[in-house]
Design a binder for this molecule. Structure first.
Ligand code: WQD
Length: 374
């Protein structure tokens, strides 16, 4: 008899064409349990990103893949902006009430330093955008959300490694937008038991899919350390010298320590969180609001100097650097306590820094200009 084709759960990924988004969409679509729809305004993402994801998914299909399988590698994309409520409604209107099963909300501006310079842009895009999204979700009876938060919500944490119970005290407008958005989502879950939400607090995502097909393609000069080193390695950034933002921190070698995790591990963390909402699993205790936050990290600390050494090992490139003053918004140490996600979501990041550097370099050396100018 004809196998009953169970309609796939439709999941809207905001910021779907970005670095995190493209790896999350690849990971969700690959399971063939979800039909992914991407909403992205193209502010910091390349128009070819999702066609590369589709090509990667197709390359992993068996030779005798069915038409249906090939078609399932296509990603529906909407070039829309979350600060435009009419544009969000148009996407939900297409599927009607209850048509979209859940949302993975990644779209945000994310540069700490920049947020200090232009806070209102960050509050509009990250907080108002989240509010408009939630209001539209409510209107269309879509009440499940995975929210992309960040370790920056902890500010300078009182204890390391950092558990999720740590007070939230961001010390940058960017970090505040993440705290505010988590609070809005939590209050919504308290007010209406139909809602369930999981907030994922990312530490430092790094690397690329091992195929080298997809990776990070920041606009202009990268802010973050690892993509900057990769750009220096391929000569995209004048490899004059890397500026190390301070070596007078209270850390073993004086430079800041961060908890890097592989972008594919991070994407798997989103799948685990979505499955937890899907199976209505026990992450939510019956009493309170159906809202939970989880750290996504490896649970290991790596300094700036150790990153430079690891990238030298992976690339053979000699990275010259000079020590300059501290960068505003930087905190000495951020290391996750990753055990809650492991115990409740069954998620554990495993890929080591050497693999992150290998996959980052594989992507960058195969695509010296990333996805090309845009
Ligand atoms: C890492 C370390 C810098 C560049 C960022 C965002 C954060 C999150 C993850 C979204 C720091 C040092 C960097 C350079 C340097 N993104 N550095 N010279 O700041 O830990 O986190 O990405 O959620 O919000 O802020 O990452 O890669 O920018 O910096 O010395 O040219 O490298 O001081 O200690 P960060 P990063």
């Amino acid at each position: 008899q004809v196998a009953e084709i169970v309609p796939l759960r439709k999941v809207l990924v905001t910021g779907g064409a970005g670095y995190i988004g493209s790896h999350v969409i690849y990971t969700l679509q690959k399971t063939r349990r979800y039909k992914v729809i991407s909403l992205d305004n193209g502010y910091n993402s390349h128009p070819d990103a999702l066609s590369r994801v589709s090509a990667l998914l197709r390359s992993e299909l068996p030779a005798d893949a069915s038409e249906h399988d090939i078609e399932s590698t296509e990603i529906e994309t909407h070039n829309s902006d979350l600060t435009r409520r009419d544009e969000i409604r148009a996407v939900f209107e297409k599927y009607g009430k209850g048509g979209i099963w859940g949302v993975v909300h990644l779209a945000a501006h994310k540069a700490v330093g920049e947020s200090v310079e232009i806070p209102l842009t960050y509050y509009e895009n990250n907080v108002a955008g989240t509010l408009f999204l939630l209001q539209t979700m409510k209107e269309y009876e879509c009440t499940r959300i995975i929210y992309s938060s960040s370790a920056t919500v902890y500010g300078t944490p009182p204890t390391i490694p950092i558990p999720e119970t740590t007070r939230l005290e961001a010390d940058s407008p960017y970090g505040n937008t993440k705290v505010m958005s988590e609070t809005i989502i939590h209050d919504l879950c308290c007010a209406d038991s139909k809602w369930s939400a999981i907030s994922l607090r990312y530490f430092n995502p790094a690397g690329a899919h091992p195929s080298g097909q997809i990776g990070e393609h920041p606009k202009g000069r990268p802010e973050n350390l690892l993509p900057l080193l990769a750009h220096m390695g391929v000569g995209r950034v004048d490899a004059a010298t890397l500026q190390v933002f301070g070596n007078d921190y209270p850390t073993p070698d004086g430079t800041c320590v961060r908890d890097y995790l592989h972008i594919i591990d991070l994407a798997e963390g989103h799948l685990s969180a979505l499955e937890a909402l899907n199976q209505d699993s026990k992450v939510f205790d019956t009493s309170g609001a159906r809202f939970k936050a989880y750290n996504l990290g490896l649970g290991r600390g790596v300094s700036v100097f150790e990153i430079i050494a690891a990238m030298h090992k992976a690339t053979g490139v000699e990275f010259k650097y000079e020590i300059v003053g501290r960068r505003r918004g930087d905190v000495p140490k951020l290391i996750a306590d990753p055990t809650l996600a492991e115990n409740e979501l069954g998620f554990k990041a495993t890929q080591e820094l050497s693999v992150m550097c290998r996959d980052l370099w594989n992507f960058q050396s195969k695509n010296p200009d990333g996805y090309g100018e845009f």
